[in-house]
Write a protein that binds this ligand. Structure first.
Ligand code: B12
Ligand code: SF4
Ligand code: SF4
Length: 376
């Protein structure tokens, strides 16, 4: 074995010791296709309100644009395979569905710690310089992981692994070391289009392209304020993120249940009751979701999502209608406006009557909903 191959093996052994399930290496050079794909995404407006993607676009296009001294990137994956089929929860429409990743401790915290430990080990071993990234930095993790051979970007744009299916979190260690790169993974989607067909909001303008503005994950997590009226009925009981396109992928037959104890599913977040959630005030929301990524959306946008799910129930009972009515007095105008919509969905006559009573509300968002009801 060459010295370079030995070092690579030692790095991946050290990564495994930290609990990483996949470890591959890629050079830090740019890939023109990726930069072009990102530019097309932004130019088409597919990023919606995620202005931060646009403002650091150049840095995103290649590791060396972010850190010119970087020579190699160690791409790492942590398996978060769920114990059961996430699609099953969509049938219980009086319960909310929180996506698989968000029912766990915040992966940003868990993975950052592992990355730092691995980076410290690498510095001790080689005296090289290192930087670690997970999710929030201007790094395009999926194309890098594909080039490193961790998997391929499926038609839903996420990375699919032959070993772990859809369920890999990604993170990276950039280094000044020149490491032996791995071969890229090929695309194994073939003629399949299951992920494109299952998407409730038709968020894929074409295979391998996502219009985030239509994606329930974006709408429930990133989008601030009211959600497009035409999309609300399509969101079902998704209240934070969405796994539909991931869960339907046939490559999940090779998926494994996550072994990482720190990322164990937490029972409180499996199909939580919509009425109970609708009653959370800011302090209760922060407390209930303190350890999970859900806290990132903020209370008002989260309650908006819950109200949309209540409005989408096929056969709401009196208690569900009362829970929505209670939000007509909420301090947040997004919540009050969403409650008007939900009420009209559940009981159009009651919605119209109550909307009438909201005419004195001085919020523009509320008045837009009142006007839309009058037109309905
Ligand atoms: C922004 C973002 C989102 C956005 C946009 C998603 C997206 N597809 O880009 C939203 C909020 C919707 C989102 C949702 C989710 N996300 Co997210 N997200 C990110 C983030 C921060 C950046 C991704 C990015 O750079 N997107 C920009 C686009 C342009 O890049 P791309 O998808 O690779 O697109 C390529 C092609 O599709 C093509 N292309 C794209 N648009 C267009 C348009 C035209 C006209 C053309 C010709 C080409 C083209 O070119 C691009 C470059 O090759 C990454 C973390 C990171 N730093 O990388 C996590 C990340 C991708 N997300 C992740 C996860 C888990 C999710 C969710 C599953 C969460 C959930 N359960 O709700 C969903 C999945 C939704 C989906 N189908 O993609 C994981 C994915 C892990 C994996 N195995 O792939 C990541 C890597 C975070 C992590 N560290 O683990 N996410
Ligand atoms: S995450 Fe859900 S809404 Fe977004 S593209 Fe996938 S199936 Fe569609
Ligand atoms: S569902 Fe089919 S098309 Fe979509 S990523 Fe998986 S294999 Fe590819």
């Amino acid at each position: 074995m060459t010295v370079a191959a030995q070092l690579k093996e030692k790095i991946c052994d050290a990564a495994a010791a930290q609990g990483f399930d996949a470890c591959h290496i890629v050079s830090a050079e740019s890939d023109a296709k990726v930069g072009q794909g990102l530019q097309n995404f932004i130019a088409s407006g597919h990023h919606g309100q995620m202005d931060w993607m646009e403002s650091r676009m150049e840095a995103r296009t290649a590791p060396q644009k972010l850190w010119p001294e970087a020579q190699s990137v160690i791409m790492l994956g942590v398996n978060y395979g769920p114990e059961c089929d996430p699609l099953a929860a969509l049938k219980d429409d009086d319960k909310g569905v929180i996506s698989v990743y968000a029912q766990r401790r915040d992966y940003h915290d868990v993975i950052k710690k592992k990355l730092k430990a691995l980076a410290r080990w690498l510095v001790d071993e080689t005296q090289a310089e290192v930087k670690v990234f997970v999710d929030t930095a201007p790094v395009m993790e999926k194309p890098l992981a594909m080039r490193a051979g961790l998997g391929w970007q499926g038609k839903h744009t996420n990375l699919v692994s032959r070993q772990f299916g859809s369920w890999l979190f990604l993170g990276s260690v950039f280094t000044t070391l020149e490491l032996l790169p791995d071969a890229p993974e090929d695309d194994h989607c073939g003629a399949c289009r299951a992920c494109l067909d299952i998407c409730p909001t038709n968020a894929f303008p074409a295979p391998y392209q996502l219009d985030a503005r239509r994606c329930i994950s974006y709408l429930t997590i990133e989008h601030d304020g009211m959600i497009d009226r035409n999309l609300r009925p399509l969101m079902g009981n998704h209240i934070y993120g969405c796994d539909d396109c991931l869960a339907v992928c046939p490559w999940n037959k090779f998926a494994q249940i996550s072994k990482e104890m720190k990322l164990a599913m937490q029972a409180d977040y499996d199909r939580p009751d919509l009425i109970t959630l609708s009653q959370l005030d800011d302090a209760a929301f922060r407390q209930f979701f303190a350890s999970t990524p859900v806290k990132r959306s903020g209370r008002d946008n989260f309650i908006r999502n819950v109200l949309i799910a209540l409005g989408n129930m096929a056969q709401p009972e009196a208690a569900h209608i009362e829970a929505v009515e209670a939000r007509l007095d909420d301090v947040s105008d997004v919540v009050r406006a969403s409650a008007i919509w939900a009420l009209a969905q559940m009981d159009i006559a009651a919605g119209k009557t109550l909307a009438e009573k909201m005419r004195d509300d001085d919020s523009a968002l509320v008045q837009q909903e009142v006007a839309a009801l009058a037109d309905a």
